[in-house]
Design a protein around this ligand. Structure first.
Ligand SMILES: [Zn+2]
Length: 484
């Protein structure tokens, strides 16, 4: 029997604001535990929340980037539950009136795992969203051997929750969704979306049903995923586990599971019977949000999105569409390319150097484009040296390696090494004349139709110029002289 997988994701994104959602405490990763707290984010009685407008704007920006409907009015609610990471016993969130609804995330080929890019089931798929709402993060618990420590630095950090339709059909699509979403969040400067720092976290709902069955299978949630590749592995495991159970005739029930990345298995956390009733009600301390006033400002901050950038790179710089895809895939790389290509005669050559030599040098040095030792202008200078015939392609590789190692500019290295190619036609002509006069036989052979003799003469010119003559120019001049 064949089975259909249905996956929906709930993604939590930490917004890149300077201060917390409802107080003035700074948002800073890695600070001394409990150093960024105040009565509001500690949940002390009587402390009043004050809304962070920038967090609301960033959520609206995200909504606009993803084509969501922005609610004219939204409000904040209290989600009640009792847990040590939230001493006021409720989290401020949004329930029935979220800031954004609908919208979608387009999945791009390069967003899929590398080994799955050639077998994409639905090319150009868009994953539709249910909603995006804004809430405050809770404190972070650290479990020690015999005690638990709680760090309130994270409590009250603005958190966006993005909920997809159950419209994802494979672990690879879930991977592509998260990668594409992360890219858009970085483009929009609303979050660094660094999963290692917990800035992007994800819960996965996954169900499997026989193909002939119309209604969805039992919804099983995998909580607190903190890496994109982990999401792929956990879903693959869970699909196999659920399919196996159905094949054995077992009945699956709605439950919440965790993922143990070390052993590569999910485990039961709780069943539906123990599900919370959050008793949502509007937070009386906060006024509803009218988004109209925020919209204009948010619209002005919408950047050029990856898809538009890819198209523009092809049109403006005549790079191949694949190269444009790779360049636009990483915003920093795209910026590097545009700075290097600015004013370049052949931006395509600049792209080639970035995508081949530079990328491989960066990866073998375990560096990223943001700590690249060669500034973009310096790469452009190197490409210009090749294009103007001052150095050969082979010499350029040597110069490039030196630039990468020392950070010195290309012209300086060329001068120091004395490898500048001779492209002065007058000087090369003189060498050509000498070569022809000294070697009458090969010259005559070439005139008689022996094309190979030209290479011999070219070799002589190179020897006379001590290897500095531009070989292409030397060949052209010899040919002109002998045929003329
Ligand atoms: Zn605070």
């Amino acid at each position: 029997m064949s089975y259909i997988t249905t996956i929906g994701l709930e993604v939590h994104v930490q917004l890149k604001t300077r201060s917390k959602m409802f107080c003035a405490c700074p948002v800073e990763f890695g600070a001394e535990p409990n150093s960024h707290t105040c009565p509001t984010c500690l949940g002390l009685p009587g402390a009043l929340p004050v809304m962070n407008h920038e967090a609301v704007r960033m959520t609206v920006i995200t909504g606009l980037m993803l084509g969501c409907d922005i609610a004219p009015t939204s409000k904040f609610d209290r989600k009640n539950y009792f847990y040590p990471d939230m001493p006021k016993n409720y989290q401020i969130s949004q329930y029935d009136m979220p800031l954004c609804e609908n919208g979608s995330v387009p999945l791009h080929d390069l967003a899929y795992p590398k080994d799955a890019q050639k077998t994409i089931a639905t090319p150009d798929k868009e994953v539709h969203l249910v909603r995006i709402h804004l809430e405050e993060d809770v404190a972070k618990s650290f479990h020690f051997e015999s005690s638990t420590g709680i760090d309130f630095n994270r409590a009250g950090t603005p958190l966006m929750e993005i909920v997809t339709q159950p419209a994802i059909n494979s672990p690879e699509e879930a991977f592509a969704f998260l990668t594409s979403l992360k890219q858009l969040l970085i483009y929009g400067a609303v979050s660094d979306a660094d999963m290692e720092k917990g800035q992007l976290r994800c819960d996965c709902n996954v169900s499997v049903r026989p193909e002939a069955q119309a209604e969805l299978g039992a919804k099983i949630e995998i909580k607190n995923m903190n890496s994109i590749s982990g999401v792929r592995r956990a879903l693959a495991y869970e699909i196999q586990r659920q399919t196996g159970a159905l094949e054995r005739g077992e009945k699956l029930r709605q439950e919440t599971r965790g993922w143990d990345d070390a052993i590569g298995e999910t485990f039961l956390m709780r069943t539906k019977e123990s599900a919370h009733d959050y008793r949502y009600f509007p937070d009386p301390d906060l006024v509803p949000v009218k988004s109209e006033m925020l919209l204009e400002e948010a619209r002005a901050r919408i950047p050029e999105l990856p898809r538009a950038k890819r198209t523009r790179f092809v049109e403006q710089y005549q790079v191949s569409s694949y190269d444009a895809d790779v360049l636009a895939d990483d915003l920093e790389l795209a910026r590097y390319f545009e700075t290097a290509a600015n004013g370049a005669k052949k931006p395509k050559n600049v792209a080639n150097w970035i995508l081949n030599d530079l990328q491989s040098a960066l990866s073998s040095a375990s560096k990223t484009i943001s700590d690249c030792p060669i500034p973009p202008e310096a790469l452009d200078e190197l490409v210009n040296l090749i294009e103007s015939g001052k150095i050969s392609g082979k010499q350029a590789k040597e110069v490039f390696a030196e630039m990468f190692a020392s950070g010195k500019p290309a012209t300086k290295i060329v001068k120091e090494k004395g490898i500048e190619q001779l492209s002065d036609t007058g000087e090369i002509e003189a060498f050509c004349d000498q070569a022809i006069t000294a070697n009458p036989k090969p010259a005559a052979d070439f005139k008689a139709g022996n094309a190979a003799s030209l290479n011999f003469l070219k070799g002589q010119v190179m020897k006379l110029s001590k290897g500095k003559a531009n070989p292409q120019l030397a060949g052209e001049i010899l040919e002109r002289k002998l045929k003329g």
